[in-house]
Design a protein around this ligand. Structure first.
Ligand code: GLA
Length: 703
């Protein structure tokens, strides 16, 4: 709901209130937190009161969209310059309420209703700024725009999608930081005086920093306290700056990062920031995650898939790498029969002359040396076993050793006069050029329309380098979205699994197109428990693609039980990444059992509410619970850490159940109330194999 009273703007969904007001032409932020429940008049007055108290000069004031060079010396959210000046000062002109959230050509939350549009103007720069706000059941969407009204060129160095100002307080900042193979570590630190930045200049969102931050009151925990989550629906360079000032006020700017040189805006041109999503919770991090998850399931993920149970896949990568031929793949497909697997995915190596990673990216036609009869024999064999078929692409990449590069060396991102930097022996295509995107689309369409393919794994295996301008970086990301648009329109039934050397591009814009993302290249269950736990801070389990792989694990060399591997992988989109043609009978039995169980539990796992009960970041012990929306079922996975002698019992108190209802815990053969399970808890076995796992099924029962 949008309430407006004499230049006071109050946005609320009954759960949170967000408000700001106009004073002497400037837009001041006044409140973000639990919904103000008093009458509209009192609520907005109290909001105004707070605003007035802090409005003691620009350097201490809390602004909706702070600019640079006009007396506010903290990190600005907008930096615009002209030939005349490098300062900006936008003042309020008016507002509109748009009936629905306008489409602005980039992925954003879907089905947004009434949208508040604020117009501000800087007469010296001769530019207008527009701020957009849409309230959702579980959060707030914000973005901004700048339009050059004048004849002379304007330069834009920064335009945050949103700035959120927090009043004097003690805050912690929580980011999801990592590296290849170990994405999404939860890093929590006090917001002390100064600026803390989470960002990427890699051209993609990156393994290093996710475009996500949580501001938590210092005492907030997993299920208590006020927390505010900010996430950017964008897949390129981004910047989240958090400045705690000398008065312990906190400013958070979130937006795309515009690189050196800035963006030049000609007469009438508009720059649109990507959309930021802002979520408030007074039930700690868990409450915030559940809101993000609901919001993304309902308003972000492609509706064609958001409600569907994901197929259980077996992927060829770790079992074959580049080394396969028709015969080997037919055996692989035969091996997948009878295991409860839905889809066989042929990973890298099927195209061009790709025997290793030095060649053929860009040549999206079948390698007839490896597959002399094309994909037909493979797909027919899949059909014979009632399996579907999926295939891998890396659309944005080109190897210098490829037909594509030989024909179009200028298609790769490069600076004239310099050798391009190679990473994994490859360049990145200049997707800011429509003809490049069109040509890749043509090749991919050729494969997807010639064969019965229901699944695509879309990979992206290197950051960008040799980009000639700030505009190119933005154009590249838009080009990626345009290819996604074309493909999802032309092949609406094809499920796309996103990937970027694992979770190097795990962001909401990718989720808009690819309903699930390969969470990490690290398939070791102990490591994966950390990555999945971290990713779940913001992203729903139905977006995490997790595979059971062979042991000793290829990334860590560790051997964990098949059961543990299955239990951890089941917390998301379960799949397999091992040679099903060569595994033992015992392993076949276990896969068949795991997939059968998973199928029964998938509705709860993929659409339920997540409760993180024990964090692996503390001592390696892990426990997560998913509860169905109607609270009738719960699915719990517990993983022990490294065993030591004389361990204390691990008592896990469940959450989210109906306290008065009776539940049956299948694996313990126990009947008790929700209260017993939530307040008394269950004792889980800590003695046994290192990293052993338990799965518990809890179901509401009559008495
Ligand atoms: C990336 C992906 C892997 C696999 C390889 C293939 O590393 O993350 O899953 O697809 O590329 O080259």
């Amino acid at each position: 709901m949008i309430q407006i009273l004499d230049k006071i703007f109050h946005l609320t969904n009954g759960d949170f209130s967000y408000s700001f007001y106009v004073k002497e032409g400037k837009l001041y932020h006044s409140y973000f937190g639990k919904a103000l429940t008093v009458s509209e008049e009192i609520a907005t007055q109290s909001v105004l009161g707070r605003g007035l108290l802090i409005n003691c000069g620009r350097d201490a004031a809390q602004f909706e969209m702070p600019e640079s060079g006009r007396g506010d010396f903290r990190v600005p959210a907008a930096v615009v310059r002209s030939e005349k000046t490098i300062s900006a000062d936008f003042t309020y002109c008016g507002y509109e309420i748009l009936p629905t959230k306008p489409n602005f050509g980039m992925p954003s939350l879907r089905d947004g209703g009434e949208t508040l549009k604020i117009t501000l103007k800087d007469d010296v720069l001769n530019a207008e700024m527009y701020l957009y706000y849409t309230v959702f059941e579980n959060g707030l969407a914000r973005r901004s725009e700048i339009k050059n009204l004048g004849k002379s060129v304007l330069y834009l160095d920064k335009l945050s999608s949103a700035c959120v100002e927090f009043p004097k307080g003690r805050y912690d900042l929580i980011g999801l930081n990592g590296r290849w193979g170990r994405e999404c570590n939860i890093v929590r630190a006090a917001a002390t005086c100064g600026v803390k930045t989470f960002s990427s200049v890699r051209g993609v969102t990156s393994h290093q920093h996710n475009p996500f931050v949580t501001v938590a009151e210092y005492s907030a925990g997993e299920e208590n306290g006020e927390v505010f989550g900010l996430n950017l629906i964008y897949s390129g360079n981004f910047e989240i700056e958090c400045e705690s000032d000398e008065k312990s006020q906190l400013r958070v700017n979130i937006g795309a990062k515009i690189m050196h040189g800035g963006i030049a805006l000609g007469k009438g041109e508009i720059f649109s920031s990507p959309e930021a999503v802002i979520v408030y919770s007074d039930c700690g991090l868990g409450g915030m995650s559940r809101k993000f998850h609901r919001l993304y399931r309902k308003n972000l993920i492609n509706p064609a898939f958001a409600d569907k149970i994901r197929p259980v896949v077996v992927n060829s990568w770790e079992s074959c790498y580049f080394d396969f031929n028709e015969d080997k793949l037919l055996k692989f497909i035969d091996g997948a029969k009878g295991l409860g697997i839905d889809t066989v995915v042929l990973d890298d190596g099927w195209f061009g002359r790709r025997d290793n990673d030095t060649s053929s990216l860009g040549d999206w036609f079948i390698d007839k040396n490896k597959l002399p009869h094309g994909l037909d024999p493979l797909i027919s064999r899949c059909k014979k076993h009632s399996l579907k078929f999926g295939i891998w692409f890396e659309p944005e990449a080109v190897n210098p050793d490829s037909e594509m590069y030989k024909a179009h060396p200028d298609w790769a991102l490069k600076t004239d006069g310099r050798e391009g930097i190679r990473m994994r022996n490859q360049f990145t295509l200049d997707f800011s050029r429509a003809e490049v995107v069109d040509s890749v689309f043509k090749m991919m369409s050729e494969i997807l329309s010639s064969y019965d393919i229901s699944y695509v794994k879309w990979d992206m295996n290197r950051p960008l380098s040799d980009v000639v301008s700030a505009e190119k970086y933005l154009g590249f990301v838009k080009g990626v979205y345009s290819l996604y648009e074309k493909l999802t329109k032309a092949f609406p039934d094809v499920l796309i699994e996103g990937c970027s050397s694992g979770g190097g591009r795990f962001d909401p814009a990718m989720l808009y197109y690819s309903p699930m993302i390969w969470t990490s290249d690290d398939t070791d269950a102990f490591e994966r428990a950390h990555v999945q736990y971290g990713a779940s801070l913001c992203y729903p389990l139905q977006t995490l693609s997790n595979h059971v792989s062979v042991c000793p694990n290829h990334q860590t060399g560790r051997t964990l039980s098949f059961h543990t591997r299955g239990a951890i992988a089941s917390l998301g989109c379960l799949g397999y990444e091992l040679n099903v043609a060569e595994i033992s009978e015992e392993e076949r039995k276990q896969i068949a059992e795991q997939t059968a169980l998973y199928r029964k539990d998938a509705e709860v796992i993929l659409k339920g509410d997540l409760y993180r009960l024990i964090s692996p970041f503390e001592n390696g012990v892990f426990c997560e619970e998913v509860v169905s929306e109607d609270k009738s079922k719960a699915y719990v996975v517990f993983m022990r850490g490294l065993n030591v002698c004389n361990m204390p019992l691990e008592r896990v108190r469940l959450k989210g159940l109906d306290a008065t209802a009776m539940y049956y815990v299948k694996e313990k053969n126990v009947k008790c109330t929700g209260a017993d399970l939530m307040y008394g808890g269950l004792c889980l076995e800590v003695y046994g194999e290192d990293f052993g796992a338990e799965i518990l099924h809890i179901e509401r029962t009559e008495n």
